[in-house]
Design a protein around this ligand. Structure first.
Ligand code: FRU
Length: 495
C-alpha cells in the first residue's frame, strides 16, 4: 500500500493547485468576490484580523469542483476585496481528521495564529466529530497540536452526540478563551454548546447556550456569538428550517438570535430572531472584529443541494464568498451593509437624475456588465408597483419587483440562464421580503458580479443569489404602474 505521509498530502494538494489552476474555465469566475483558484469551496473558516491583514480560510476540495475530503484553503487581504491566494493551510491527514478538516475559526494568541477546527472521521459507518487545534508563527504554515483532539467524547459527555459536534467558533472574553460548538438534541433540534479554556489546549464544558425548537430546523451548524451595539448576537445556520411566511424558504437557512448572554449561567436569552439574508445563496456566515472594532461578516455565496453550473459544465470550480458586510444591531435586528472599503473601490461611471417611468418599459442599453454596481433611489409617491429587469438579454432577465400595497420586494431568477434546481421541497424561482418605504422611497444598492447579485434594500434587508446566464444580458429595463420617479441612478463598477 502506498501510504501518504501528513506532509505529503498538503504538498500534493498545493502542487495540484499550482499545476491545474490555469485550466479552470473563466466564463463564470467572479471579479470582486473571493473564490478558490480551483476546486470546490463551502463555508468561510477562521476569518480573522491578524497582524494588520484579514485572513479568510475556507472549506475546500482542491481536487474536484464537488464536495469531498475537506482541506482548509486560505487567502489574505488588506481590504477584504483584493485577495492574495495562499497555500492550503490544513489537509485531512491525521487519525482524528482523515475524513475532513471541517469548519472552524481562528484567534491570535501571543502573536501566533491558532485555528480550532472539527476533525471529521467516519469509521465503520459511525461518524466522529472532535475539535482540534493548529498553530502558526507566520499565519501561513500551520502545525497541528500534539494534544489533538482538544475537545472530544470525554468533554462532550451527555451534552450532545459525537456524530454531530462541529464548527467551533473561538473568542476571548477577559483572560479566558471560549468556543461555541454546534450540536443537536436527542429530539433532532439544534443545540449550541459552550466550552472554555485558559490556554487553548485544555478545555472545560461550560453550558448549553441555546436549544432550538422543531420550527428551527433539525440541526444547527456554524454558530457565532458576539456582543454588538448593546446586544448579544448568536448566529446559526439551521438545516431544514420550515418556511414561516416569507422567511426560511431555503433548504438550509441562516438565523440571527438577538438577546442577552448570561455569563453566570452560560445561557442565551432570546429577544428576537430572524433570517439573515433573504435570497437564495447565503450560508454559514462567520464574523470577525477588526482593529477598528468593526464586526464584519462573510458567508458562503452558495447553498447545499443545488445544481452548480460551474461544476456541472466541467469548469473546474464551485462557490465563492459574499462581499464583506459590516454588522449593526438596530431595533433587535441584525443590519448589514458592505464595508466602507467596498465603496472606496467603486469607480462611478455615470449617473442619471429624475428619470420618470410611466407604464411601458424604459430600457437602458449596455449598462450591465459582469461587474456592475447600481444605486437607485425609487420614489413611489405616484406609483403602485414597478419591475426592474436586470442582466436583460433577448429572451429573459432577472426580475426585481416591488409592490407598494404589500411593501414586498421580490427577486426572481425564473427562466433565466441555467435552471438551478435543488432539493425537491425547495421553490427555487423567487424570494420575497417586506421592505417598508422611507419617505415613499425605496433605495436599492445592487452589486452584480459575473455570476452573483447582492441586493441591499433601504439599508435594511439583503438578498443574495447566484445565476449563470447563457447569453450575456447588458440591458436594464423598468416598468411601472403609475408614475415612478427614479430620483437618482448611479452606475459604476468595483475595481
Ligand atoms: C456547513 C457544514 C459544516 C461542516 C462543513 C463541512 O456548511 O456542513 O457544518 O463543518 O460544512 O464541509
Amino acid at each position: 500500500m502506498n501510504l501518504t505521509t501528513a506532509e505529503d498530502l498538503l504538498q500534493e494538494a498545493n502542487r495540484y493547485v499550482e499545476k491545474n489552476k490555469a485550466g479552470v474555465n473563466p466564463r463564470y469566475r467572479h471579479q470582486f468576490h473571493l473564490m478558490a483558484p480551483i476546486g470546490w469551496i463551502n463555508d468561510p473558516n477562521g476569518v480573522v484580523y491578524y497582524k494588520g491583514e484579514y485572513h479568510v480560510f475556507y472549506q475546500h476540495n482542491p481536487f474536484d469542483s464537488a464536495w469531498g475530503p475537506m482541506f482548509w484553503g486560505h487567502a489574505k487581504s488588506k481590504d477584504l476585496i483584493h485577495w492574495q491566494e495562499l497555500p492550503i493551510a490544513l489537509a485531512p491527514d491525521q487519525w482524528y481528521d482523515l475524513d475532513g478538516c471541517f469548519s472552524g475559526s481562528a484567534i491570535e494568541k501571543d502573536g501566533k495564529l491558532y485555528l480550532l477546527y472539527t476533525g471529521h472521521r467516519v469509521i465503520d459507518g459511525q461518524t466522529y466529530q472532535r475539535q482540534c487545534l493548529a498553530v502558526s508563527d507566520d499565519g501561513i504554515h500551520f502545525s497541528k497540536s500534539a494534544h489533538n483532539p482538544v475537545i472530544a467524547e470525554e468533554l462532550l459527555g451527555q451534552h450532545g452526540e459525537i456524530k454531530d459536534f462541529r464548527d467551533p467558533k473561538i473568542f476571548q472574553k477577559g483572560n479566558k478563551y471560549y468556543t461555541v460548538v454546534a450540536s443537536k438534541t436527542p429530539q433532532e433540534t439544534g443545540r449550541i454548546l459552550l466550552f472554555s479554556s485558559d490556554n487553548l489546549t485544555d478545555w472545560q464544558f461550560v453550558s448549553v447556550v441555546l436549544e432550538g425548537t422543531p420550527e428551527q430546523g433539525i440541526m444547527w451548524e456554524c454558530p457565532d456569538l458576539f456582543h454588538l451595539d448593546g446586544s448579544d448576537v448568536l448566529i446559526i445556520s439551521p438545516i431544514q428550517m420550515p418556511q414561516a411566511g416569507l422567511e426560511y424558504h431555503n433548504i438550509s437557512s441562516t438565523v440571527a438570535f438577538i438577546g442577552e448572554m448570561d455569563w453566570q449561567t452560560g445561557k442565551f436569552q432570546t429577544e428576537n430572531y430572524h433570517e439573515i439574508d433573504r435570497g437564495f445563496d447565503f450560508y454559514a456566515p462567520q464574523t470577525l472584529e477588526d482593529d477598528k472594532k468593526r464586526r464584519i461578516m462573510i458567508a458562503w455565496m452558495q447553498l447545499w443541494d443545488r445544481a452548480i453550473p460551474s461544476h456541472d459544465l466541467g469548469h473546474g470550480w464551485s462557490g465563492a464568498m459574499t462581499l464583506p458586510r459590516e454588522l449593526k444591531v438596530k431595533n433587535q435586528r441584525l443590519i448589514q451593509k458592505p464595508i466602507s472599503e467596498v465603496y472606496a473601490n467603486i469607480e462611478y461611471l455615470y449617473g442619471v437624475e429624475n428619470l420618470v417611468v410611466a407604464g411601458e418599459s424604459l430600457r437602458l442599453k449596455k449598462v450591465m456588465g459582469d461587474n456592475t454596481y447600481l444605486q437607485l433611489v425609487c420614489d413611489l409617491s405616484a406609483s403602485q408597483s414597478f419591475v426592474l429587469e436586470l442582466a436583460k438579454n433577448q429572451e429573459s432577465a432577472i426580475r426585481l419587483s416591488y409592490d407598494k400595497g404589500s411593501e414586498i420586494l421580490t427577486l426572481s431568477r425564473e427562466n433565466f440562464g441555467y435552471a438551478l434546481l435543488g432539493a425537491e421541497k425547495e421553490p427555487l424561482v423567487s424570494r420575497s421580503v417586506q421592505v417598508p418605504l422611507i419617505n415613499q422611497c425605496l433605495t436599492l444598492e445592487i452589486f452584480r458580479d459575473t455570476a452573483s447579485l447582492e441586493i441591499f434594500a433601504n439599508a435594511l434587508e439583503t438578498l443574495t443569489m447566484t445565476f449563470y446566464e447563457k447569453t450575456a444580458g447588458q440591458e436594464m429595463a423598468f416598468e411601472a404602474e403609475g408614475q415612478l420617479t427614479i430620483q437618482s441612478l448611479e452606475i459604476g463598477r468595483v475595481i
